[in-house]
Structures are given as structure tokens and as C-alpha cells.
Design a protein around this ligand. Structure first.
Ligand code: PLP
Length: 459
């Protein structure tokens, strides 16, 4: 009797998924199989494999959306076939993208809501590339007009996310990363003088530093650049990397001036899929006005007999995330975003208080004034009796993903830990985390910790 007769056939509705031939062997890894298989079986086996990924609800490392309401799932499903680059075929998706740009420009206090330009991207990384390219092009145009050399552009920034290092390398710009001063977690305005010059295409200010989650002082950075301009004549624009903060500050810190209220702020990027609450795959970049986006970076595509400007690194891209972003802006409104982010910020504050009360930790950022998050370090690493890396491993055994990593230079001897509180992470869940954290510290300091985590003492 042939094996498949004994074990059942994949396309036999009566056969249990786990007794089909496909489920009786490891799934192909190096060669596409010759034959088709039953979708139920393939689906089940892939679903089971995906279950081995970490549980995103316990992933306190990511800034990205891990929870969406049912309507978002339904809109995403409706949009499966929409290619956002096909403005001709999907003019309403294009229209919705354009509405989002204008809503964001207004949210970021553009002086000229209807005249701003911007676009969606795959995330803040692509948005940063576009923002950086516009800075480079404008600097080069200015230098050419003055008959000056254009071969040595530089970009000045503090502890930026890796996308800015990529921008600099891919587009041939020198990245001047200002080292952290003792006690500081971001760029200090007074440091700028030593780093900017006539070849500086712009300064990046971060609203929501990836390491610690506080904001860099955008207004003070701009004021320092005003002073530098008065002294040297260099008119250096600011690009705000608001990957997270661009969708937090307008709701939680409406009086903080970090956006287009500051004249020197030329462009802003934000990740729709972080505190914008959209599903993964959408970012935004907006310029203060159309003059700041050089014409020769923009490609014209035909659009319903008219002409549609596009500026993007990608071509085909799904439209669903953009539509979901529009849904969320309408569905939640300013008050909805404020309530969600405020409850996350309150939870972060509560966690910071609990962690501080445990004893061995110094809070670097307690969840107020910046993103809904907490970052902390060991008060005295030499005498704590454990490392933060070992603590991360202990927490991982309960499923929590809480990252530990060093600060950037010149504070790279300081290892910190960070917890992000986002939509879908409740006060109760964070209370459970705090209890697990406290127990883990007790195990680590009493020498009863799991062997594996003690071996990672030598990270
Ligand atoms: C996450 C992040 C980025 C990169 O954004 P993606 O949307 O993941 O591409 C850039 N800058 C900062 C400050 C970030 O937090």
C-alpha cells in the first residue's frame, strides 16, 4: 500500500491536517516542491511555525503597532489589491494619501496647510532618505549659485537611528554625529558650533531619541543655529526626525514648539506605524512649503490626464496602510489619540516609579515630557551583582522582550534598558512585568537565577 493511502491525502477533507504527507516531514527550505498542496495544510503548518516568533504583545522593545482594531483589519483586506503608485487606477487611494499629508501638515502647524508638500513612504527610514536628499539638493543649488565647491556635504546630528547613517553612506554625505556629553541623552545646542560649517546641509533633531525616548530640544537647537547664522552667515535648516514623537507631541505636549511653528524647521518625518497607530509599512515626510522640495527630485506621472508629482524610492507599494492611517485620523480624532497616548504615558510613569522603588536602578527617562516609555540603568553596575543583559535574559524566560544596550559614544560605557508602552499594552500587563522584574532581580542577586542567564553575565 502506498504511503499516502495509509496516511491520508492532503486534499481529503476528512483527513486531519497533522496526518497528511506534508505534515509528516520538514517543510521545504531549499527547493520549490514539484506539486501543489492543500491550502489548509500549508496554512496550518506555516501558522505553527510563526507561533515560534516572540509574542508581539510582550515585545516591549518595538515602537511599532502590534494591535489594531477590527475595522483596520477589514480595511487592510479591502485594500489588498491597491497599488498606491498607480494613481491613475486608484485615484481615491491617491486622494486619501494627499489628505493625510495635509492633515499632518496642519497637525504639525504648517503656516500654509494647502501649500505644503509631502508624501507617504514605507516608514521613517525612507522618509529620512527623502528629507535628507532635499537638504542635500538645496545646499548644492545654493553653493552652485555662489560658485562654491559642492563636493563635501555634511549632516550634523546627535544619537540618531541607523537610517541616518544609511542616508549618509548611500548618498555620499559626511555624517557628523555629535557625541553625548556626560549626563546628556541627546544633542545639546551649545555643541553645534564645533560641528557645523558652510558645508552643513542640515541638522537633524530627534523627537523621541531611540535610545532613551526623550525629546531633543528642537527650539533651542534652532535658536543656536539662528545665532550661528548671525555670526557666520550659514543658513542651516533643521529636519525633525519625529519617527515616534511626530504622532505623540501634538497630542500630549501641544504647547511644546518643535514643528513648523519654528521657522528653521524645513521638514519633518514620522512613522505612521509607530505612535501613528497604523499597521506596519507607512511613514510620512512633509516639507514646510513647496519651495523646500527641489523640482528635479520630483518625477511627474500622468494622473487622470493631469500630472501627479511623485517623490519616492519605491515604486509599487501597498495602499492599505495609507488608507488605515486615514481611518485612524478620522476615527480617533485629536482627542482619541490624546487619550490613548496619555494612558500609555501614565502607565509608563507608573512603571518608572515601581522600577525606581526597587532600588538598584537609576531612571534615565520616566515617561513624561517625551514618548510613553521608560529607560533606566544600574545605579552602580560594579556592585549590583548582575548585569542588565542578564536581567533581559531572565525576563525573556517569562516571554517579555526588554532590550539592553549601550548608549552611543561618548557614553557607550553606560548600558541601559528600555520599555516602550504602546497601544494595546495595559496597566495590568505592565504591573505583571514589574512583578516579574522584581522577582528576576531577587533571583539574580540571591544567586538562584537560571544557569543560562548567569552565563550571559559575560556579554
Ligand atoms: C524607528 C525610527 C526610525 C526608523 O523608522 P522606520 O519607520 O522603522 O523606518 C528613524 N528614526 C527614529 C528616531 C526612530 O525611532
Amino acid at each position: 500500500m502506498a504511503l499516502h493511502q495509509v496516511r491520508g491525502r492532503e486534499d481529503d477533507a476528512v483527513t486531519d491536517i497533522y496526518s497528511t504527507p506534508l505534515s509528516g516531514a520538514a517543510l521545504p527550505k531549499y527547493r520549490v516542491p514539484d506539486d501543489a498542496s492543500d491550502p489548509r495544510v500549508v496554512f496550518a503548518l506555516i501558522r505553527d511555525e510563526l507561533a515560534l516568533d516572540g509574542n508581539s504583545a510582550q515585545n516591549l522593545a518595538t515602537f511599532c503597532s502590534t494591535w489594531s482594531e477590527d475595522e483596520v483589519h477589514r480595511l487592510m483586506d479591502l485594500c489588498m489589491d491597491k497599488n498606491m503608485i498607480d494613481k491613475d487606477e486608484y485615484p481615491q487611494t491617491a486622494e486619501i494619501e494627499s489628505r493625510c499629508v495635509h492633515l499632518l501638515a496642519d497637525l504639525w502647524n504648517s503656516p500654509d496647510g494647502h501649500g505644503t508638500v509631502g508624501c507617504s513612504t514605507t516608514g521613517s527610514s525612507e522618509a529620512a532618505m527623502l528629507g535628507g536628499l532635499a537638504l542635500k539638493w538645496r545646499w548644492r543649488e545654493r553653493r552652485r549659485a555662489e560658485g562654491k565647491p559642492t563636493d563635501r556635504p555634511n549632516l550634523v546630528c546627535g544619537p540618531v537611528q541607523v537610517c541616518w547613517e544609511k542616508f549618509a553612506r548611500y548618498f555620499d554625505v559626511e555624517l557628523r554625529q555629535v557625541p553625548l556629553e556626560a549626563g546628556a541623552t541627546g544633542l545639546q545646542p551649545h555643541q553645534l558650533r564645533d560641528y557645523v560649517d558652510e558645508n552643513t546641509i542640515g541638522v537633524v533633531a530627534i523627537l523621541g531619541v531611540t535610545y532613551t525616548c526623550d525629546y531633543e530640544p528642537v527650539a533651542e537647537i534652532a535658536a543656536e543655529l539662528d545665532a550661528i547664522q548671525a555670526e557666520h552667515g550659514w543658513d542651516i535648516p533643521v529636519h525633525v526626525d519625529g519617527a515616534s514623537g511626530g504622532f505623540v507631541a501634538p497630542f500630549l505636549q501641544p504647547d511644546l514648539e518643535w514643528d513648523f511653528r519654528i521657522e528653521r524647521v524645513a521638514s519633518i518625518n514620522a512613522s505612521g506605524h509607530k505612535y501613528g497607530l497604523a499597521p506596519l509599512g507607512v511613514g510620512w515626510v512633509v516639507w514646510r512649503n513647496a519651495d523646500l522640495l527641489p523640482e528635479d527630485l520630483v518625477f511627474r506621472v500622468s494622473y487622470l490626464g493631469g500630472d501627479m508629482p511623485t517623490f519616492a524610492l519605491n515604486f509599487s507599494r501597498p495602499g492599505g496602510e495609507i488608507v488605515a492611517q486615514y481611518y485612524l485620523l478620522l476615527r480617533l480624532g485629536r482627542d482619541g489619540y490624546r487619550r490613548i497616548h496619555q494612558s500609555c504615558a501614565d502607565t509608563a510613569r507608573d512603571l518608572a516609579d515601581r522600577i525606581e522603588a526597587m532600588g538598584p536602578f537609576t531612571i534615565l527617562y520616566n515617561g513624561t515630557g517625551g514618548l510613553p516609555a521608560v529607560s533606566y540603568t544600574l545605579k552602580d553596575p560594579a556592585s549590583a551583582g548582575f548585569t542588565l543583559y542578564a536581567l533581559s535574559d531572565e525576563l525573556r524566560m517569562r516571554g517579555w522582550q526588554v532590550p539592553s544596550y549601550p548608549l552611543p559614544p561618548s557614553r557607550d560605557d553606560t548600558v541601559i534598558q528600555r520599555v516602550l508602552v504602546r497601544h494595546g499594552i495595559s496597566r495590568d500587563k505592565i504591573a505583571l512585568l514589574a512583578a516579574d522584574l522584581e522577582e528576576a532581580v531577587q533571583r539574580l542577586t540571591s544567586g538562584t537565577a537560571h544557569e543560562e542567564s548567569r552565563s550571559s553575565f559575560h556579554h
